[in-house]
Design a protein around this ligand. Sequence first.
Ligand SMILES: [Zn+2]
Length: 184
Amino acid sequence: MRATDDRYATERDRFDLAVRMIRHEARTGTIRLCTGFTEDRIRKIYASYFPGERNTVRRRRGKTPSQIAPFVTTAQRQGEASLIAGLLVHSRVAEIDASGRSLRAVNVPPNVMGCRFCDAYEAYLYLHYRPQLSFEWAWNLLRSLVRTHELQLAWCALCDGSYVRDAYALDYERCPFCEVKDHG
Ligand SMILES: [Zn+2]
């Protein structure tokens, strides 16, 4: 493959990724991070690929949400966050470090990471009966797991299942499912 073909293929991949992320209502800043495209370019892609869809596909602005509470306050959300965390590892967006609890980002180019993240998020939408976490909340989940480490993986003392928990809160090493059974 000639260098120009190669550049074209990469450009095409980034373009496809931008369209894919717009469909999931990713924020412009997140799309920029993964594709390297300017805000203006993303706006144009949005306008040409989703004309008249302003009511169904929303282009979100502003910052990605950044609190961890929505991932751990209810058993339902914690179950969803745990499912996404497993899919992020499965899709090789993140990997488990030597401690067996912390996740770190897999070292790949941003557009490759973006594609893998979309794979994981789409698998979540496919697997979950009634998915509640938006693309941006899933993105925030990834950040809380691999960058700020406010969230970590844990293994349930009762069923051995893995789940996501607040790294700084004490729990009884019970996954959301066993917690519900116990108190249900
Ligand atoms: Zn359990």
